[in-house]
Design a protein around this ligand. Structure first.
Ligand SMILES: [Zn+2]
Length: 143
């Protein structure tokens, strides 16, 4: 990072710490941390292991871009950058971890969402701050 006296060029940043940005948006990936002591996998960076109480060390692991929806809610209250109604969901990934996300590209109606529905991750820029930094979020859509 440049020091504060230097004008810094705007950056593209992930909106959450468990998203790693690639050169292009289709190379963006969620990642996890696996405890080398007990092999437990967590979403995102990790300092301590909740299972073995150790400090790892943790190895970084890229997570799948496809998963299944078993838990969701249709939200009718708008939040910044998200138009209501929308689908908030927990997506189970094949690695055995889950991520909170929004399901997009389908009408947010219960009849459109099936338990165990296969979904695929993608990312896009969702906001920009006063300095011109852009923020990238991940979402899931039907696979
Ligand atoms: Zn552990």
């Amino acid at each position: 990072m440049a020091d504060s006296a230097t004008e810094t060029a705007p950056e593209i940043r992930p909106i959450v710490p468990h998203l790693k940005l690639g050169e292009t948006r289709d190379q963006d990936r969620l990642f996890g941390s696996r405890c080398s002591n007990c092999n437990t996998l967590y979403v995102g960076p990790r300092l301590f292991c909740g299972k073995c109480s150790g400090q790892g060390p943790f190895t970084e692991e890229i997570l799948s871009t496809e998963g299944e929806v078993w838990v969701y809610s249709i939200i009718h209250q708008a939040t910044p950058y998200v138009k209501a109604p929308y689908i908030a969901a927990v997506v189970d990934l094949p690695e055995g971890v889950s991520v909170n996300t929004n399901i997009v590209d389908i009408e947010p109606e219960p009849e459109n969402i099936k338990f165990g529905m296969k979904v695929r991750m993608y990312t896009e820029e969702v906001s920009e701050d006063k300095e011109g930094n852009k923020y990238v979020a991940y979402k899931f859509c039907p696979a």
